[in-house]
Design a protein around this ligand. Structure first.
Ligand code: AQP
Length: 343
């Protein structure tokens, strides 16, 4: 192993953080800071691939950094920063735009989903998004990325870009003294079961920052009353809860609500259903609301304190950016030489 075990991940400031971002991403980041060098980024340059009002972009950037810290990321251990403060991300992504092939990018299903019918009218940045993501990861030669299923295709593209760069420039890489590849072939990191939190109104759609309906989403900073109300009104079905996880098949909303309970309490679906099987939603939903409040309220309180102290947040983000740049700059210097840019 010639690469330092290093993890990179990020969340884009494109809306208020929700339970899906917490269970599917932020909570999974925390244990990795004890086993790896970790960089957790607020990917503001990704956010602007669709329109963001500048004031909202700033507010959400602070909110994500605050959520990282309030959820247990330690700025003394993890490098916490916002992407646009380290301009090497943009520079490497341009080089990767020239390595990646149009055919690779055209196969990205997330672009097709996000662009929808409107693909002629979306930004060029949205199309090039996966190339910036590859730059985010490879700028730090990250060996592992804790991503959900929705990002697997982008990570595959990151590996393709790394392989093509390593191959196209193999002579220059060797001349620089590297015996093996320059960029690592980054792996997906599994940290516990990957949780896909679905909309409270439609168990087939993921809970999402950009969902227009407020009632379908539990935000990390919702107060206790709001969380309880949203769970009470969440779509469910008429049948009682099944006795085992198998009985959830074909019941998307039930599966989602039981899945959220299991994830929040670190229990298996079968274990939760061992307690609630045979009972109705009138018993389950208040217990789920109490659990969600017990987990989220302390985090929301600390987030509110942190976002209220912008000078503390600015110091943390600036310090993180300095440490990130200290890793990024030597790599970028080498990349420029490999590519043939005169300095
Ligand atoms: N519903 C979800 N369940 C589990 N994990 C989720 N993530 C997002 N939604 C869920 C994970 O959170 C991280 C955030 O990634 P992102 O901010 O880059 O964007 P995203 O995945 O597109 O998240 P959103 O909330 O749906 O944002 P919008 O609406 O702006 O596109 C990722 O690790 C993701 O897997």
């Amino acid at each position: 192993m010639t690469f330092t075990p290093r993890v990179f991940s990020g969340i884009k400031p494109s809306g208020d953080l929700h339970l899906g971002n917490y269970l599917g991403a932020i909570r999974r980041f925390v244990p990795l800071q004890d086993t790896h060098e970790t960089l957790y980024c607020v990917v503001d340059m990704h956010a602007i691939t669709v329109w963001q009002a500048p004031e909202d972009l700033k507010r959400w950037t602070y909110e994500i950094a605050a959520a990282y810290i309030a959820s247990g990321l330690d700025p003394g251990k993890s490098i916490i920063f916002n992407q646009s403060q380290v301009m090497e991300h943009a520079e490497l992504s341009w080089i990767f735009n020239c390595v990646a092939r149009m055919g690779w990018m055209e196969r990205m299903t997330q672009f097709k989903d996000k662009a929808g019918e409107n693909s002629e009218n979306v930004s060029l940045g949205l199309f090039a998004y996966p190339s910036l993501m590859a730059a985010d990861i490879l700028l730090y030669k990250a060996t592992g990325v804790p991503v959900g299923d929705d990002q697997k295709q982008h990570l595959e593209l990151t590996r393709d870009i790394a392989k093509k760069f390593n191959h196209d420039f193999r002579k220059q890489i060797k001349d620089l003294g590297f015996e093996e590849e320059f960029f690592p072939i980054t792996e997906t990191l599994a940290t516990g079961p990957a949780m896909r939190v679905k909309s409270l109104k439609d168990g087939t759609r993921k809970m999402s920052k950009s969902d227009a309906s407020d009632t379908s989403t539990i935000y990390m900073m919702d107060d206790a009353g709001t969380i309880a109300r949203k769970i009470k009104r969440a779509t469910s079905d008429a049948a009682p809860l099944p006795e085992t996880a198998q009985g959830l098949a074909g019941r998307a909303e039930a599966e989602n609500l039981v899945g959220i309970f299991a994830a929040l309490s670190n229990r298996s679906l079968d274990d939760v259903l061992g307690e609630f099987g045979g009972r109705g939603w009138g018993a389950f939903k208040p217990a789920l609301a109490d659990l969600a409040v017990a987990v989220l309220a302390p985090i929301a309180g600390e987030m509110a304190r942190l976002v209220g102290d912008r000078s503390e947040m600015d110091t943390i983000l600036r310090d993180g950016a300095d440490r990130a740049r200290a890793i990024a700059q030597p790599t970028m210097d080498q990349v420029r030489r490999i590519v043939g840019f005169i300095r």
